[in-house]
Write a protein that binds this ligand. Structure first.
Ligand code: SF4
Length: 171
């Protein structure tokens, strides 16, 4: 058992699951095993402390609804990996960083730069789809952009495994 009350076996199991998921879904975990261990331990501590798995490198303040964007995997993972080679915590890295062809760069916290509503607007050249009579609403995964038409968002995103709260109504 670690000082935080999280068992070593629990951490091992979560790392194993994360590795398998990452492999299946085209993501790469950092090859620095110690760092991954610390980050996963942080995620599990946050789960115990707040009731949800918020980012281990960011400050969690308030209710779950106020922190949906930083529940791991956070809304910023994709963009940070493609621009900087890793997510904010460096739990996930790009293929090039994993293969040591590049090094991950220090990155600013995108959370504070978010221009939410503007970024998520339907572009003007697609405005026609707003007028479509859709049988189901369209939900968008805020982590990976996956779109689906259904009555409610899926429990888990089939692409990136984000939880249902990460989905927003897109149309
Ligand atoms: S994906 Fe986001 S929430 Fe998860 S460890 Fe990386 S920066 Fe933190």
């Amino acid at each position: 058992m670690t000082e935080s009350g999280i068992g070593e076996k629990e951490i091992d199991l979560r790392i194993k699951i994360l590795k398998e998921d990452a492999k299946k879904r085209g993501y790469n975990l950092n090859t620095d095993e110690l760092l991954v261990r610390e980050l996963v331990s942080g995620i599990l501590i946050n789960k115990k402390r707040y009731g949800f798995e918020s980012c281990p490198c960011r400050l969690t303040i308030g209710k779950k609804e106020d922190n949906i964007d930083i529940i791991c995997p956070c809304d910023y993972r994709e963009q940070d990996i493609s621009e900087y080679g890793c997510c904010y915590c460096a739990l996930y890295v790009s293929e090039d960083v994993e293969a040591k062809k590049k090094t991950a760069e220090p990155i600013p916290d995108r959370r504070f730069e978010r221009q939410d509503s503007e970024n998520h607007k339907v572009p003007d050249n697609c405005a026609g789809i707003k007028n479509l009579r859709l049988k189901y609403p369209i939900f968008r995964c805020r982590v990976c952009g996956y779109l689906c038409a259904r009555e409610n968002p899926p429990q888990i995103c089939p692409i990136c495994k984000a939880v249902s709260e990460k989905f927003e109504k897109y149309l």
